[in-house]
Design a protein around this ligand. Structure first.
Ligand SMILES: Nc1nc2c(c(=O)[nH]1)N[C@H]1C(S)=C(S)[C@@H](COP(=O)(O)OP(=O)(O)OC[C@H]3O[C@@H](n4cnc5c(=O)[nH]c(N)nc54)[C@H](O)[C@@H]3O)O[C@H]1N2
Ligand SMILES: Nc1nc2c(c(=O)[nH]1)N[C@H]1C(S)=C(S)[C@@H](COP(=O)(O)OP(=O)(O)OC[C@H]3O[C@@H](n4cnc5c(=O)[nH]c(N)nc54)[C@H](O)[C@@H]3O)O[C@H]1N2
Ligand code: SF4
Ligand SMILES: [Mo]
Length: 805
């Protein structure tokens, strides 16, 4: 157990030396940013730290890193002087939910010189960033008038609340507020999927009947071998209450061998016994090569495949499908492509040596049980849907599904408590587009159909998006693909006629606002905040404002309520409740789920942080199905694991697909466009992806100088690729393709495999006069082309070239 000592000084006292070595390797010296914050000495070098506070207030960090940390905010003379960690009880299972350095730098966020101060209206061309200060009344009158006009002229499907994740945990200030208003006004165009998980969400229901995580990461305590495909918890699950902490505990308990398969030696890799570099977008080929060995060396669980699965071999194929279409035939080369998926075949595609593929297959086949999990990096590729199922096949073939220490091959599962959000009501509009295709819904809506673009609940879109509500999000520009193309689409203010942006900062997206509204930061308003999705415990924080709202900034609930008043629906919107009323309403609902919460909210606020241990033993996905498949069938049409999906077979034979695209019924390897085998590599020879990085949560925190210094934005390039281009560590380089170019500093490192570049996603797009980005913003290089099946965002699939600038 690790205990906190005094604030500002963390002790190693109870940590065994072995763990310390592992952790310090993991954290890499100055780059220590994790919830692993447990193990370094915090020296902020700022006089403010030593100031005695007048009061300590519970706040929370509610950006979308998937975690959610309470912050203890020290306030003196009405100013925040330091942000500290949760220091409540710390036992295994109910950890201190210790914020990473991003959360601890929140003071720099609140007092950032980039803060938006007043409501503003656009005065220049859209996107130019020229604004004029206006009053809140004028701003909200304009928004209400335009929203009404657009609904009256084009209908409710012209209104769109764009995907955004800047405020996720805070329930009264959440993005739900606008949905609640829109639904009272007749609804809005909806979306399905997310930028995080579009492909995996779409793919898993065909295999397992639903989208879900696999076994809890704590179940690694019960396994013999853990294999992670593109899963970098040390960077993406950084909270002290989060999965990296659990991973370390579980590995220590089981002493399982741990293998990481990733194009880059990630921050998680030092925890592993072995790193296997793989070319991006080729995991499906690796999985097929492994399957070849498992099948030909009789290491598959035949009984499991016959009893629980459809489509493994001819005996288990659904009716009406021509012979030669089973998985076994695909792997052994008896299927339509007549190609045996031998380790040699897989090696040529993945770049992994043949012997290593054979050895890995035997390790997976021998380890009983084996824990296989994938992060979301592999699915954020152009063939992501197929990769997801292909990786899961390793768990299926070896019968690891539904057992302790095994898993489904999906991302590790976690615990959630069903605490409620601000109720949105029902959207009267049922039409949905894929979350990634909104730019096309502005530009060419009537070209968008169900079987071509994945429009749902309607054959063809009828009206363009004319009104965008962009609250706490940067997907309008920075986080969406192909910034240059998005810019061209948005610049035309006769296409999308009204863009409202509500943020703390003048972001790349904010520059495209017609009306720009300054919002409170999380430390400037009261709220009720729940755990992130990625902890093995439940948590609830009653947060209180540490300081008064900066300048003229306001909360989202109050902004939307004032709009509702102007639009004549205020009573129905507020139900007579102000912010405090809704906090109390939601708190009461939470108490129905967790009756041990104090009845009196004033009492509860004194504590502020509530945590519940996850049920033991750790979650095993599809356990009841495994125990009794007849009684507890999966939600697939057959009730079984559908290795061959008849539904996908039908989709693959009816949808209109782009050149080179396919939707196979089996989990096949499909080459990516802009992947290893694309002829475009002659012009752009390097594969580029952008990992989720410890400096930022997407673009959030990208403007905090402390973090820029600790974890700078750099292009990761292998020494072989650097040398052949005359690039040295620290050089400014120009990364480019036909879509755009960016300037960034090179990090020459063997931590990235040759032929592949890593430009961490989320850096703030900062164009020079010629439109060349000067800040390493990866989305200047990514493409609008959606993945074939999910119509999701393949933002890790890109070909580029790099030269010394
Ligand atoms: N610090 C930090 N944490 C975050 C976020 C953040 O921005 N910053 N964002 C949060 C959010 S919203 C999300 S959705 C999650 C994202 O979580 P993920 O999607 O899992 O994160 P990524 O960094 O995109 O990818 C994980 C790993 O996959 C690897 N990878 C990329 N392509 C491939 C491939 O084709 N094959 C294999 N085997 N590996 C591949 C990358 O090198 C990386 O190490 O992270 C969350 N956590
Ligand atoms: N190339 C590439 N692009 C990607 C990804 C990738 O892997 N590669 N990942 C994708 C993924 S998984 C995701 S989830 C998206 C995330 O994309 P976004 O949801 O856009 O996330 P952020 O960039 O963090 O933007 C959050 C915004 O909210 C603002 N904000 C924070 N707190 C507050 C607040 O209290 N009030 C208000 N009003 N504003 C606030 C921040 O200033 C910031 O501008 O990015 C996607 N984009
Ligand atoms: S960025 Fe995530 S891990 Fe870091 S403090 Fe915020 S919620 Fe916690
Ligand atoms: Mo995400």
């Amino acid at each position: 157990m690790i205990r906190d000592q005094t604030p500002g000084e963390r002790s190693f006292r109870d940590v065994k030396r072995r763990d310390f070595l592992k952790w310090s390797a993991l954290l890499g010296g100055a780059a220590a940013l994790g919830g692993a914050g447990l193990l370094y000495k915090l020296k902020v070098g700022d006089a403010a730290v030593n100031t005695e506070p007048d009061r300590i207030v519970i706040g929370a960090c509610h950006v979308n890193c998937g975690n959610r940390c309470p912050l203890k905010v020290r306030v003196r003379d009405g100013r925040i002087v330091q942000v500290e960690s949760d220091d409540s009880e710390d036992t295994f299972g109910v950890h201190q939910i210790r914020p990473c350095l991003r959360g601890r730098s929140m003071r720099k966020w609140v007092y950032s010189p980039d803060r938006l101060k007043y409501p503003m209206k656009r005065v220049g061309k859209r996107g130019e960033g020229k604004f004029e200060r206006i009053s809140w009344d004028e701003a909200l009158d304009t928004v209400a008038r335009e929203l009404r006009r657009i609904i009256d002229t084009y209908g409710n499907e012209a209104v769109y609340r764009i995907y955004s994740t800047g405020v996720l945990g805070a329930r009264v200030s959440g993005r739900e507020g606008f949905d609640r208003l829109a639904n009272l006004l007749g609804g809005q165009l909806g979306f399905y999927g997310s930028y995080s998980t579009a492909q995996i969400q779409d793919a898993l229901p065909y295999l397992y009947g639903k989208y879900s995580g696999g076994n809890s990461i704590l179940d690694i305590a019960n396994t013999k071998l853990a294999v992670f495909f593109g899963n970098n918890t040390a960077a993406t699950r950084t909270s002290g209450g989060s999965l990296t902490y659990d991973l370390v505990h579980a590995l220590r308990q089981s002493k399982a061998r741990f293998i990481i398969i990733d194009p880059h030696y990630s921050d998680t890799a030092p925890l592993a016994d072995e790193w296997i570099p793989i070319r991006p977008g080729t995991d499906g080929a690796l999985a097929a090569g492994l399957a070849f060995v498992l099948i030909t060396e009789n290491m598959v669980e035949e009984d499991f495949l016959q009893r629980y699965c459809v489509g493994y071999d001819e005996k288990t194929m659904p009716e009406g499908i021509p012979a030669g279409n089973s998985y076994k035939e695909y792997i052994l080369g008896a299927g339509p492509d007549k190609t045996p998926k031998t380790p040699a075949w897989a090696s040529a595609i993945t770049g992994i040596p043949v012997e290593r593929i054979v050895k890995l297959a035997r390790e997976i086949g021998d380890a009983k049980p084996c824990y296989i999990a994938q992060g979301w990096g592999p699915q954020r590729q152009a063939n992501g849907e197929q990769t997801v199922r292909a990786i899961c096949m390793l768990a299926v073939l070896t019968g690891n599904v539904g057992i302790q220490g095994g898993g489904t091959g999906s991302r590790e599962g976690f615990m959630t408590l069903p605490f409620p959000s601000l109720p949105t009501g029902k959207n009267p509009v049922s039409t949905l587009i894929s979350v990634f295709t909104w730019t096309k819904a502005i530009e060419a809506p009537t070209d968008m159909t169900d079987i071509k673009d994945g429009v749902r609940n309607k054959k063809r879109l009828e009206v363009p998006i004319k009104f965008i509500w962009n609250y706490a999000g940067n997907c309008l520009i920075n986080q969406h693909s192909d910034i240059n193309r998005t810019t061209r689409i948005l610049q035309d203010d006769t296409a999308c006629e009204m863009i409202v942006v509500i943020d703390n900062f003048m972001t790349a997206s904010a520059k495209f606002a017609d009306i720009l509204l300054p919002a409170c930061s999380n430390l400037e308003e009261d709220d009720i905040v729940y755990q992130g999705a990625n902890v093995n415990m439940g948590a609830l924080f009653l947060t209180q404002k540490a300081v008064e709202p900066m300048f003229e900034s306001r909360g989202h609930y109050e902004i939307v309520r004032d709009l509702a008043r102007r639009l004549g629906v205020e009573e129905r919107f507020s139900e007579g409740r102000d912010r405090e009323g809704w906090i109390r309403y939601l708190y009461a609902k939470c108490r129905e789920i967790k009756p041990d919460l104090p009845e009196d909210i004033t009492e509860a606020r004194k504590k502020g942080i509530f945590k519940w241990k996850a049920p033991q033993p750790p979650l095993v996905a599809f356990k009841s199905f495994r125990e009794d498949p007849a009684k507890n069938p999966l939600a697939t049409p057959s009730g079984k694991i559908e290795i061959f999906s008849k539904r996908l077979w039908d989709i693959g034979h009816t949808w209109e697909l782009g050149p080179g695209e396919a939707i196979p019924a089996l989990p096949e390897y499909l080459p990516c466009w802009e992947g290893v085998s694309d002829p475009l590599r002659e012009k752009y020879p390097l594969q580029l992806f952008g990992q989720h990085y410890k400096q930022r949560t997407h673009s959030s925190f990208g403007n905090v100088p402390w973090l820029q210094e600790v974890a700078p934005q750099q292009l990761w390039i292998n020494p072989i690729d650097a040398e052949s281009r005359g690039i040295k560590h620290g050089d400014t380089v120009r990364v480019f393709n036909d879509r755009g170019a960016t300037l960034v500093t090179a990090k020459v490192t063997p931590r990235i495999m040759p032929g592949v570049l890593n430009l961490p996603q989320g850096a703030w797009y900062t164009p020079d006069a010629k439109g060349v980005d000067t800040n390493g913003s990866v989305n200047i290089l990514t493409s609008h082309r959606p993945s074939p099946q999910a119509k999701g965002n393949p933002q890790h699939t890109n070909l580029v070239e790099v030269v010394k600038a």
